[in-house]
Write a protein that binds this ligand. Structure first.
Ligand code: SAH
Length: 216
């Protein structure tokens, strides 16, 4: 089942050409996408769709992001080997695999138990070992491992959570899609303890970043 054929590799080369044409320039991002067997992150019935530049349903009504979106966010992170990166929204683990492939140390938080369990078992099976996967609420970040070189949020956030800003190193980068129905891709760079620089990019559409289920 976990095989990666010449056919899949060929389709991946075409996918990389497509996202390069759409404007992705970072060679290390493109190489990571070329190397990772995206079809293995999707339920078997959808394997034929794995190398179209489209998002796709995974478990628990969530989606694996469109490859172009993954590339766009990753390019904004300016990943360097050994960077300590926090991801909010583990989902299928594909984005985490891209970061690991680029040499980063990845911590990733997921609030859906089913996905958390599935991805925790799956990623090491195909050779991608995160530093830690956490079942929890991404709005809180991960205080005990902060500060991070960068933080990536892969769900649509209604606002920028303060906790995430606090957990950035100086010169650290937060890439987060902000908005309710559609989201503006937003890059925030921490210039000093108190100063943050904000850059906005195009519109994207993500599944919503949800609040923790209230405990009664
Ligand atoms: N990075 C994923 C994309 C998954 S979609 C991939 O490559 O496949 C976004 C994910 O964010 C979903 O799995 C969703 O359950 C999760 N999510 C939503 N709100 C969250 C929150 N508050 N904390 C952590 N994860 C959250």
């Amino acid at each position: 089942m976990l095989n990666d054929s010449t056919k899949h590799k060929g389709l991946r080369n075409q996918l990389v050409d497509t996202i390069e044409r759409k404007g992705i320039k970072d060679k290390k991002v493109l190489e990571a996408i070329r190397n990772i067997p995206r079809h293995l992150f999707m339920d078997s019935g959808f394997i034929d769709f794995a190398y179209q530049d489209k998002p796709f349903p995974i478990a628990a009504e969530q989606t694996i992001s469109q490859p172009y979106t993954v590339a766009f966010q990753t390019e904004l992170l300016q990943v360097k080997p050994k960077d300590k990166i926090l991801e909010v929204g583990t989902g299928s683990g594909y984005q985490a695999a891209v970061l690991i492939e680029m040499g980063a140390e990845v911590y990733s938080i997921e609030r859906q138990k089913e996905l958390f369990n599935k991805t925790r078992k799956f990623l090491p099976k195909i050779g991608y070992v995160p530093k830690k996967l956490i079942y929890g609420d991404g709005y809180k970040g991960l205080t005990e491992k902060a500060p991070f070189d960068s933080i990536i949020v892969t769900a649509g956030a209604p606002f920028v959570p303060k906790a995430l800003l606090k957990q950035l190193k100086i010169n650290g980068r937060l890439v987060i899609p902000v908005g309710e129905n559609t989201q503006k891709m937003t890059l925030i760079i921490r210039k000093s303890e108190k100063e943050f620089e904000k850059h906005e990019f195009g519109d994207f559409r993500f599944v919503p970043m949800l609040k923790e289920v209230e405990k009664k």
